[in-house]
Each structure stands twice: as C-alpha cells, then as structure tokens.
Design a protein around this ligand. Structure first.
Ligand code: HEC
Ligand code: HEC
Ligand code: HEC
Ligand code: HEC
Ligand code: HEC
Length: 353
C-alpha cells in the first residue's frame, strides 16, 4: 500500500483521478476479468490456473495462491486460500495498480511533489516493456493450448520501432490537470483504444484505425458490352504491428457486391479474409496467416460483365471481427457480446446502357 492511501482499488484512485478513471472504465483492460469470452474459456478443463495471471495480475485479485504443483502438473496446482483476496478488485481486471503500484509507491513519469501519496518517478518502468510483459507471449502450454500474442515482436520488427511505441500510439497526449484544481500538465488518455470492438453491447468505445482504405474511381456510365471494374486497396498504414494482431481469432472480411437495382438481387458477390487460420485438435497448429505487415498494401478487385442494361450498385464493406459466429456459439456467447464492427463502407451507382 503506497504511503498516503488506504486502498489501491481503481474505483478509489478514481475519486481523485476522475478523468483517468472514466476513460479506463471503457477500456478492454477494465473488462479483462468480466469479459464473457474470458469467463467461458476459463471454465474449460483445458485452461490451466495461470490463465488468470495477465487478466488479474495482482495478488489481492486472486482467490487462491498457488504454492506449487502436484507431480509438476499445471492442471494440479497446490492452492491455498488468499487472506488478502478482494473480490471487487478482481472484477476490475487490469486496474490502475497493475501498472502504477510497486513496492509501496505510485510509479509515475513526472515526479510530482503535490501528490498525497508516495510517488516514484520511473519512466523506464512505465514504457512499452510494461505493455509487452502481457502483449507478447509465445508459449506452448499443452499440445492443444498455445499462447500466441506477438504484438511486441511485430512492433520491434517494424519501421515504427524507435519512432512510435505502444504508449505514444495507444495513449494520446492531452493537456489537463491530473486532479481537479491542480495545475495543467501533459497527460495521457487512458481508454487504451484498439480495434474499437466493444466488449459489451452498448459500450461506447473509441476506435483506432490502423487500416487506410483507398477505393478506386469508377465509370458511372458504361455500355452493355463493357464491364464494371472496381477495386479497393487496404493499407496497414497506422498500426505499429501486423493487422490484425494479438488474439489469433481476429480477422477482417472484405465483401464486394453488385446489386441489380431493378430486381434488388445481388448479381455478384466476393468475400476475402485477412487473418490467421488455426487447427486446435489434436495439436494446435497454425495453418494459414495472411495478416498484413506494417506498411503493407493489398488490393481486392471486382470485375463484372452485366447481362442486361439498367442501374447497378457496387457495394463494398470491410468489417473487423473479434471472432467468428461459430466460436462465439461454441462458447455460449449471446447477442450481448459484439462480434464485429464496420471499418469501411461504400455504395456507388453505375448505369449500364
Ligand atoms: C486523495 C487524492 C488521490 C488519490 C486517492 C490518488 N491520487 Fe494520484 N495523485 C493525486 C495528486 C494530487 C497528484 C499530483 C498531481 C500533480 O502533481 O499535478 C497525483 C499524482 C499521481 C500520479 C503522477 C505521479 C507522477 O509524479 O508521475 C499517478 C501516476 C497517480 N497519481 C496515480 C494514482 C493511482 C494509481 C491511485 C490509486 C492507487 C491514486 N493516484 C490515488 C491525488 C490522488
Ligand atoms: C497485466 C497485463 C497487461 C498489461 C501490462 C497491458 N495489457 Fe493491454 N491487454 C491485456 C489483456 C488481458 C487485454 C484483453 C482483455 C480481454 O479482451 O478480455 C488487453 C487489451 C488491450 C487492448 C485492446 C484491444 C482491443 O481491441 O480490444 C489494447 C489496445 C491494449 N491492451 C494496449 C496496451 C498498452 C498500450 C499497454 C501498456 C501501456 C498494455 N496494453 C498493457 C493485458 C495487459
Ligand atoms: C504506430 C502506432 C502503433 C504502435 C507503435 C502500436 N500500435 Fe497497437 N494499434 C494501433 C492501431 C492504429 C490499432 C487499431 C487497428 C485497427 O483495428 O484498425 C492498434 C491495435 C492494437 C490492438 C488491437 C488488436 C487489433 O488487431 O486491432 C492491440 C492489442 C494493440 N494494438 C497493442 C499494441 C501494443 C502492445 C503495442 C506495443 C508493442 C502497440 N500496439 C504498438 C497503432 C499502434
Ligand atoms: C496498462 C497500464 C496502465 C493502467 C491500467 C493505468 N495506467 Fe496510468 N499511466 C500508464 C502509463 C504508461 C502512463 C505514463 C505515460 C507517459 O508518461 O509516458 C500513465 C500515466 C498516468 C498518470 C500521469 C499523468 C498522465 O496522464 O500521463 C496518472 C495520474 C495515471 N496514469 C493514473 C491512472 C489511474 C487513476 C488509472 C486507473 C483508473 C491508471 N492510470 C491506469 C499506464 C497505465
Ligand atoms: C501472457 C499474458 C496472458 C496470459 C497468460 C493469458 N492471456 Fe488472455 N489475453 C492476453 C492479452 C494481451 C490479450 C489481448 C490480446 C489482443 O486483444 O490482441 C488477451 C485476450 C484474451 C481473451 C479475449 C480475446 C478476444 O477475442 O477479445 C480471452 C478470451 C483470453 N485472453 C483468454 C485467456 C485464457 C483462456 C488464458 C489461459 C489459457 C489466457 N487468456 C492467458 C494476455 C494473456
């Protein structure tokens, strides 16, 4: 407990740091424990006790302390009741103290002498290595269970390395007081925006956009002997890692369609996918991976020869997904769990004469 405080619950930090708290509340970090998908996975027999260590990293958040393993088996931990267990802190997931409390002090980058709590200035601790301690894991736990988040390695290999890092991209700077009535300082947004796919239906989250979209110009009038041409280029322009990154279940769908306006029928449709494909049984194996590297572009084309004269509409839609509907159903997730958001949408009219 840092000197000057009586609680390290995020809710209590939020009494003074109201803006930081309100932003963090909308973040995925604040949902790392209550997340329906996480809870569903945790209940599976294949999930060992150590799953919780990045999702509720503090000792007070864990109901049991693990003192060893029977027969060295990760599925048979030796557990002891934790007398300091705090259920409301557990529900907070990755809270303020996960990143800011170490050895009885609040770690900061300013070195304020105005804080009512003990402060230790340690910018080396509060840098991207903190993020990477959870966002870069490569472990084969059992043959069917692998942990694969290489966001840190992907960033280190990108041209952003040395220019921008996890914090400069995911925690925008702004000028404001850190506590009401205090002097204005350079501060950082704490909503940790990423894909922008909310964890709970109705939760308003800010989305970062890593992909830039370049749709082609089209000919608005063509002869019936001609063809409709359209193309959409996606470029991973703004993300300092591959897209998608992290969880291997994420993907993008790029759907190009042509609708005949007189009949209302779709006369052409084509869907492409960007993401990884895994086989989980009998052993976890990556089968395909066409994630886009930082700076990489990819073009999706539509060519269609209309059979009749009339009015047509080109529809292009790019969606980004947390997981597919099959995986969601398998985990018993309901409509309350948003699976995707639209990232790009366009409709263009073509007249064929
Ligand atoms: C009673 C009010 C209060 C509470 C509760 C409180 N803080 Fe603070 N905190 C402050 C004030 C005041 C400052 C100094 C602001 C300034 O210098 O502009 C500060 C400064 C900070 C800083 C910046 C330190 C630096 O020098 O870089 C961090 C980080 C911080 N608090 C985190 C926390 C966390 C995490 C909690 C909960 C565990 C917490 N605070 C609880 C009032 C509070
Ligand atoms: C204690 C482990 C831990 C640390 C430290 C950590 N994260 Fe996370 N982060 C997570 C977990 C776990 C999730 C996902 C929670 C879930 O989906 O249930 C997550 C989610 C995110 C997301 C949201 C992804 C999305 O689209 O929903 C972003 C962005 C992110 N973290 C960035 C950061 C940054 C930047 C830092 C460093 C300042 C950081 N994280 C530090 C564990 C951590
Ligand atoms: C150059 C800026 C930049 C850097 C550096 C960067 N990110 Fe991102 N990151 C983004 C953007 C933009 C997105 C949103 C991608 C989208 O969904 O369009 C994103 C998305 C994410 C996501 C959500 C997953 C997804 O596919 O949308 C996570 C998690 C994440 N970043 C973590 C990190 C971590 C950890 C680091 C440091 C190792 C980091 N990022 C470095 C810009 C950056
Ligand atoms: C995932 C890690 C993480 C979590 C969770 C987190 N912070 Fe921070 N926080 C940071 C980092 C990193 C910085 C410093 C950024 C810098 O100076 O480069 C920071 C900076 C701060 C500062 C200094 C002023 C500023 O805005 O830069 C305050 C105050 C603060 N955090 C309070 C909080 C409070 C309150 C919570 C919980 C509601 C919280 N933080 C949760 C990582 C985190
Ligand atoms: C090394 C730290 C770490 C460990 C250990 C860990 N996770 Fe995570 N987990 C993360 C991070 C980081 C994310 C966010 C990744 C992202 O959004 O790209 C995450 C996200 C998730 C998500 C949300 C995925 C989504 O679609 O949004 C689930 C579910 C999950 N983890 C389950 C588990 C299970 C089950 C285990 C144990 C087998 C586990 N985690 C162990 C770091 C960890």
């Amino acid at each position: 407990m840092p000197q000057g405080l009586v609680s390290i619950r995020s809710e209590d930090c939020g009494v003074c740091h109201q803006a930081h708290y309100a932003e963090w509340k909308t973040s995925t970090h604040a949902h790392a424990w209550t997340d329906m998908q996480f809870q569903a996975e945790l209940k599976k027999e294949s999930s060992p006790f150590l799953c919780i260590n990045c999702h509720i990293p503090l000792e007070n958040q864990q109901e049991f302390l693990v003192e060893g393993l029977y027969d060295g088996d990760i599925y048979q931990p030796v557990r002891k009741k934790n007398p300091r267990f705090d259920a409301s802190m557990q529900a907070e997931g990755i809270g303020c103290a996960s990143c800011h409390v170490r050895d009885g002090a609040i770690i900061g980058t300013i070195g304020s002498d105005k804080a009512p709590h003990k402060v230790k200035k340690d910018p080396k601790f509060l840098n991207e290595t903190l993020c990477m301690s959870c966002h870069n894991a490569n472990a084969v736990v059992t043959p069917e269970l692998v942990c694969t988040f290489q966001t840190g390695d992907e960033w280190a290999a990108s041209s952003f390395h040395g220019q921008k890092n996890c914090i400069s991209c995911h925690m925008d700077t702004l000028q404001r007081p850190l506590v009401f009535g205090m002097p204005v300082r350079t501060s950082h947004l704490h909503s940790f925006s990423g894909s922008g796919i909310p964890k709970v239906k109705g939760l308003v989250v800010k989305s970062l956009n890593g992909m830039a979209f370049y749709p082609s110009k089209i000919k608005e009038k063509i002869e019936v002997t001609d063809s409709i041409h359209y193309q959409l280029t996606l470029k991973n322009e703004f993300a300092g890692h591959r897209l998608p990154t992290g969880d291997p279940e994420r993907f993008y769908l790029i759907k190009l369609e042509i609708m005949d306006q007189s009949s209302g029928k779709t006369v052409f449709t084509k869907t492409d996918r960007i993401g990884e494909t895994w086989e989980w049984y009998p052993t976890a194996k990556k089968i395909a991976d066409n994630n886009m590297n930082p700076g990489e572009s990819r073009t999706f084309q539509l060519n269609y020869k209309p059979k009749t004269k009339g009015k047509y509409v080109i529809k292009s839609l790019v969606t980004k997904h947390r997981m597919d509907a099959k995986t969601a159903a398998y985990n018993g997730l309901t409509d309350e769990y948003p699976l995707f958001i639209n990232a790009f949408e366009e409709e263009l009219a073509v007249e064929v004469y």
